[in-house]
Design a protein. Structure first.
Length: 340
């Protein structure tokens, strides 16, 4: 029903406006008595064989919602009803920021892709954590970044502030240095600044009585020597894992007329490259750390491919937009059948 009726209607309108309209509709539904139970009945699968223990956390299933969809932690509970095993909020920055000028979100319908240049628009970490205080049962990842006006030499301070503010309200952290939409942010992926940033956060973490897993989210555009550096950094800093991958600057093979819009591209065309990065990291590191696979997952088979390449968990964003919530159930059903 989603692909035949809902998606064609929604795709008639501006994608950013549709995003907020969809949020309003989901929130409205949540106030209808029994609606949450109906949604869970149709979309959730609970089974012990779907559970995964990764970096010390127990996930009810391995399919998560990627950062950027519910960046301000407005609907994490309602979205989890659609069958997600975990929800990643953010990217959050210390101060609220409006992001880049609109229009900044573009559908590439012929390619089943999206280009965004949102620019870390968010409510700021302090406002968001007040919403997280209401959480009782959703496994939450906190994706953190730096404000646009913070120079790279002071970027560590922004990450530290977000880390400290969110610490008691998220289950794991994601260090985002790979978005292409904040000027010079990707320079923080270079070996020296990245090592310094992760070492600082790891040092803070070890002083806590209940340390939280820290993951690094990387770009798909890194070459093999840069991926080798990532492996060295993850192992040497002893952080807990990697999310592969963020959006890409590549436009190779795209057919849509708006393919040259600036920003990061996500969706089906990213599938192969993100899987290549996962396989490279897993193989070259000898499975030294867990990987969350994200990028171009539009089917159960796409998710299985990521897991077979070395991912312990997977995340959706653009595939959720194009395929609808039923894709979550299809992935979990396939993974469950693989375990029988």
């Amino acid at each position: 029903m989603y692909k035949k009726l809902v998606q064609p209607f929604l795709f008639l309108f501006d994608p950013e406006k549709v995003h907020y309209f969809s949020f309003s509709m989901i929130k409205w539904l949540s106030f209808i008595p029994g609606a949450a139970q109906i949604i869970k009945f149709f979309f959730q699968i609970k089974h012990p064989k779907l559970e995964r223990e990764v970096f010390g956390l127990k996930f009810p299933n391995p399919v998560g919602l990627a950062a950027g969809f519910d960046k301000n932690a407005v609907l994490y509970k309602q979205l989890s009803n659609f069958g997600f095993g975990f929800i990643e909020i953010g990217t959050l920055t210390p101060k609220a920021q409006v992001g880049n000028p609109k229009k900044r979100l573009f559908r590439l319908k012929d390619d089943k892709a999206i280009i965004n240049r949102m620019g870390f628009n968010n409510d700021g970490v302090d406002k968001v954590l007040n919403r997280l205080k209401k959480n009782t049962d959703v496994l939450i990842g906190g994706n953190i970044g730096k404000n646009k006006n913070t120079p790279n030499e002071k970027a560590v301070d922004d990450y530290v502030q977000c880390f400290n503010s969110l610490f008691n309200y998220v289950n794991y952290f994601v260090v985002n240095v790979s978005s292409p939409n904040t000027p010079n942010l990707r320079a923080l992926q270079d070996k020296e600044p990245l090592s310094h940033l992760l070492t600082t956060l790891k040092s803070l973490n070890t002083k806590k009585s209940n340390p939280k897993p820290i993951l690094l989210k990387i770009a798909p555009d890194l070459i093999d020597t840069q991926l080798d550096d990532i492996i060295d950094i993850v192992i040497s800093t002893k952080i807990d894992g990697v999310i592969a991958t963020n959006t890409t600057l590549s436009r190779e093979g795209l057919k849509s007329k708006n393919k040259l819009e600036t920003g990061g591209m996500s969706g089906k065309p990213l599938n192969r490259r993100s899987t290549e990065v996962i396989r490279y990291l897993s193989s070259k590191s000898n499975n030294a750390f867990p990987i969350i696979g994200v990028g171009g997952i539009h089917s159960a088979e796409d998710a299985l491919e990521k897991i077979e390449a070395g991912a312990s968990l997977v995340q959706l964003y653009t595939g959720f937009v194009y395929e609808g919530p039923a894709v979550i159930k299809r992935i979990n059903k396939l993974l469950l059948s693989q375990n029988n």
